[in-house]
Design a protein around this ligand. Structure first.
Ligand code: DHB
Length: 296
């Protein structure tokens, strides 16, 4: 790879990161120690598994299935709710972003308030594709995107909003997040999908539908980031199918100021070190010169 970035601390959407590559929500983010391990293994910042207003067991299995080009999952937002505060407390001061979900703006604000002064910022899950009353059920309505964002951004911490690609025009949702006071947009969450077992003549996932992630969704993520960059003024964090330094550069050219890596961690737990070792060089260019350059 010829194009490399000059190393250094990075501030994106109000959060200071040790590099441009962040652990995506839902992957290794279920305990304080797994978050700390991802940071020690080279992640520039980490996002937790989504935390909601009540403890939740999640969907019946199977919850995850490997498919060509990625993973199909429907976990059902399993989380310990407020008890998770004790997992994050020891990491205060580190670039830990707490992913939160709720059924309305008040629930979003309540969950965020539990982590005030502990989390480096919040990422609003307005995009889980298969949870009745949560995630994309709110995130496909621009008015609710704006209101949920305002409810959390009003607390004063950096507020990132993770959007669903399962809409006709993602830029409308991006602009709604921006109006609500978001510090950054994260795009994309998983693509609604399903598989059927031909042997069982039944859907493979316990929840029937799920979300597709991994290499298969990378072109969708690039297209969404490109559209958001044209429409919005706040930073965009690119997410979806990134597995190498070249993908990071491409995502930046589309308009991302930083990226998140999720599914690729399954095949290579040391992926952050590997991406960082290929992405940076002391002779590299400033990242700002790459971000959005495909639009010129
Ligand atoms: C879950 C949540 C998500 O936001 C997502 O994209 C996929 C799965 C879940 O917990 O089920």
């Amino acid at each position: 790879m010829t194009l490399k970035i000059a190393p250094g601390m990075v501030t994106v959407g109000g959060v200071t990161l040790s590099n441009h590559c962040i652990l995506a929500a839902g992957v290794l983010g279920t305990t304080g120690s797994s978050l700390a391990r991802a940071l020690a293994n080279g992640a520039g910042g980490v996002v937790t598994k989504s935390i909601g207003p009540f403890p939740c067991e999640g969907h019946p299995g199977p919850c995850v299935v490997e498919v060509e080009g990625g993973l199909l999952n429907a976990m059902g937002l399993p989380n310990p709710s407020r008890e998770f505060v004790s997992e994050v407390e020891p990491l205060a001061g580190k670039p830990v972003i707490v992913s939160i979900y709720g059924g309305d703006p008040g629930e979003f604000r309540m969950v965020a308030s539990w982590f005030e002064g502990i989390a480096a910022g919040f990422e609003l899950n307005l995009s889980c594709p298969h949870a009745a009353g949560y995630g994309a059920a709110l995130g496909t309505n621009p008015l609710l995107v704006e209101e949920c964002t305002r409810a959390v951004s009003g607390l004063g911490s950096p507020t990132w909003v993770k959007l669903t690609p399962n809409v006709t025009d993602i830029a409308i949702c991006g602009k709604a997040a921006e109006r609500g006071g978001a510090s950054a947009i994260v795009a994309i969450n998983t693509v609604k999908a399903m598989r059927i077992s031909t042997a069982l003549k039944r859907p493979v996932l316990g929840n029937r539908y799920g979300g597709l992630s991994g290499k298969a969704v990378f072109p969708i993520a690039i297209r969404c980031v490109y559209e958001l960059y044209e429409a919005c003024s706040i930073p965009i964090i690119g997410c979806g199918g990134i597995s190498g330094a070249e993908d990071v550069i491409e995502m930046m050219m589309a308009g991302a100021s930083a990226v998140q890596v999720g599914t690729a961690v399954k095949d290579d737990p040391a992926i952050f070190q590997s991406i960082v070792s290929h992405l940076y060089s002391s002779e590299g260019v400033q990242a700002e010169t790459i971000v959005g350059c495909a639009h010129e």
